[in-house]
Design a protein around this ligand. Structure first.
Ligand SMILES: Cc1cc2nc3c(=O)[nH]c(=O)nc-3n(C[C@H](O)[C@H](O)[C@H](O)COP(=O)(O)OP(=O)(O)OC[C@H]3O[C@@H](n4cnc5c(N)ncnc54)[C@H](O)[C@@H]3O)c2cc1C
Ligand SMILES: NC(=O)c1ccc[n+]([C@@H]2O[C@H](COP(=O)([O-])OP(=O)(O)OC[C@H]3O[C@@H](n4cnc5c(N)ncnc54)[C@H](O)[C@@H]3O)[C@@H](O)[C@H]2O)c1
Length: 490
């Protein structure tokens, strides 16, 4: 068997989290092998956040144009998917080609290895016949894939996941969407606004069930206004495809459409990562990590597979901590080696030590930040946008917190009233009455995700309620409604 090749760090999976770690460590002068079996960049730029938000931008332009009537005259809107598909192909994904991202990593000094990586004992990764041994350790950033439920008949049909929905060049006449979560709602609204007859089937009793019930109500009403049929409490039991149409049976009813999109959550695939070779259980749903993203000594994980929230901003946040941790350890190792007069343990390259010294690393593991998810923000980019941070009211009550809640509708604010059509939304704040701080908030509205930023600061920095109440909120903004919600706390 070939001797393992010694490097500083191996990163398996170059999605947003892994790519960030690999690029920044390579830039700092470490010898980094990045292993990727598909596209460098992962789900977000090719089949996730970016192309879906391009679709949403286009769909929202149609909706705004349709709002001209009654506000500013009349407008005739003729939707055309061609420019959207073209933009996704040419601007977002380079027709699903990662040359730019791969070259960027290589340009920073990284070594890209194409293939599937798996652990092969402590600090070792195997990719086909190649084995790498990492002095500082291995970072896993292998993300998630769609979790497709074991529904009778489904596996034998040509159903879509987010990949086919994002790559679509010609829209179907009708679409069944299985799953009323973030992906389901965002894409359902886009396609409906382009004229597709969309039906959403959700197993739970409300869509967007992880957020406040008031948010689910507003989102469902907005989609229905766009012509989307929503059926909650429907768990699909059987799927058939007759060559041209899908039929889904569930909840005693039958639904048919030309296409079926399955967006029922995501799943990490730990079993294929060789975790057993270091004594870890590969059958778990996610890979548990500590607050420095350590799975175990010399093994870190970032992004969706940690189960801390399937968001690009979580993957990037975690990547920042891992980078600081590894650079601090590399610097300590180098200092130890320098003191004992042995060769540098950092990389093999002559420039590595000086690059590391200039990289801004703290030099001490004690100063590496620890992950804190109290103020985790999330935004579902429906129109209106659903922004939320921290705990929902129910989560706070389940934790036994002395909860106060404040609520205000946007339509009751000056800006909402001026905005008129499309002003659906609200601000809801959840406070810990004993601590006198916000522990959660929801901001739904035309700019719900942007308005959320003030609430994220409030939860993150535990700004006292007394200070929040005495802040000046610009008039007439949507965010001024935060003041109204705070006054409603009881
Ligand atoms: C339709 C959609 C819309 C979304 N919109 C948003 C949004 O608006 N905002 C937001 O914050 N998040 C959004 N997300 C979520 C976001 O895309 C993910 O949270 C993010 O991509 C996670 O990054 P990651 O690095 O953990 O993994 P991924 O992006 O999944 O990347 C993992 C990479 O690892 C590779 N890989 C896996 N196993 C191996 C292996 N054994 N060897 C080598 N390579 C391997 C994969 O090929 C992949 O490239 C959206 C997701 C979807 C599907
Ligand atoms: N704007 C964003 O930040 C954004 C956008 C899209 C996705 N994402 C991320 O991607 C993750 C995955 O999104 P998702 O929408 O696939 O998952 P999700 O977990 O948010 O929603 C899946 C929905 O499918 C339902 N479901 C499951 N099995 C079903 C069945 N058999 N029949 C009917 N309904 C069923 C669930 O009850 C749930 O409501 C999200 O959790 C989110 O973190 C983020």
């Amino acid at each position: 068997m070939a001797e393992p090749e010694l490097v500083d760090v191996v990163v398996v999976g170059l999605g947003v989290g892994g790519e960030e770690v690999a690029e920044r460590l390579a830039e700092a002068g470490l010898s980094v092998v990045g292993v990727e079996r598909d596209l460098v960049g992962g789900e977000c730029p090719y089949w996730g956040c970016i192309p879906s938000k391009m679709m949403i931008r286009a769909a929202n332009a149609l909706a705004e144009a349709r709002r001209v009537d009654g506000l500013a005259g009349t407008a005739q809107v003729q939707p055309d998917w061609a420019p959207v598909a073209k933009r996704i192909r040419e601007e977002a994904t380079d027709t699903w080609d990662d040359t730019v991202a791969a070259d960027r990593f290589i340009g920073k000094g990284g070594r890209l290895v194409r293939g599937s990586g798996r652990l092969d004992g402590p600090r070792r990764v195997r990719v086909g016949d190649q084995v790498f041994e990492a002095r500082h350790g291995v970072v896993l950033g292998t993300g998630t894939r769609p979790s497709v439920p074991p529904i009778d008949g489904l596996a034998d049909t040509p159903y879509w996941t987010n990949h086919q929905a994002i790559e679509v060049e010609e829209l179907p006449e009708s679409l069944l969407v299985l799953g009323g979560g973030a992906i389901g709602l965002e894409l359902a609204q886009v396609f409906a606004r382009f004229g597709v007859q969309v039906t959403v089937l959700e197993a739970l009793d409300r869509v967007l069930a992880v957020e406040e019930p008031e948010a689910s109500e507003v989102a469902a009403a907005a989609l229905r206004a766009d012509g989307v049929e929503i059926h909650t409490g429907v768990r699909a039991e059987r799927v058939d495809h007759d060559g041209s149409r899908f039929t889904v049976r569930g909840g005693g009813a039958e639904f048919t459409a030309e296409r079926l999109l399955v967006v029922t959550g995501r799943k990490a695939h730990l079993a294929e990562l060789g975790l057993d070779t270091i004594g870890l259980d590969g059958s778990q749903r996610y890979l548990p990590v500590d607050d420095r993203l350590h799975v175990t000594e010399h093994l870190w994980a970032v992004g969706d597979l940690t189960g801390e929230g399937a968001f690009t901003h979580i993957a990037m946040y975690q990547a920042g901590i891992v980078i600081a941790d590894i650079l601090a350890r590399a610097r300590q190792a180098k200092a130890g080696a320098d003191a004992s007069g042995t060769a540098s343990v950092v990389g093999g390259a002559m420039g590595a030590s000086s690059a590391l010294a200039a990289s801004g690393s703290s030099g001490s593991a004690g100063t590496v930040p620890r992950a804190d998810y109290r103020a985790l923000p999330r935004v579902t980019f429906t129109d209106p946008e659903v922004g939320a941070v921290g705990l929902t009211e129910q989560q706070a009550r389940e934790r036994g917190i002395n909860v106060q809640v404040g609520f205000t509708k946007l339509s009751g604010s000056t800006r909402g009233w001026i905005h008129r059509v499309g002003d659906e939304g609200f601000i809801k704040v959840v406070a810990d009455a004993d601590q006198g701080v916000l522990i959660g908030a929801t901001s739904v509205g035309p700019a719900g995700g942007e308005v959320l930023s003030a609430l994220v600061v409030a939860v993150h920095a535990a700004v006292p309620l007394s200070q929040l109440r005495h802040m000046i909120y610009a008039y007439p903004t949507f965010h001024r409604a935060i003041g109204d919600a705070l006054r409603d706390l009881s």
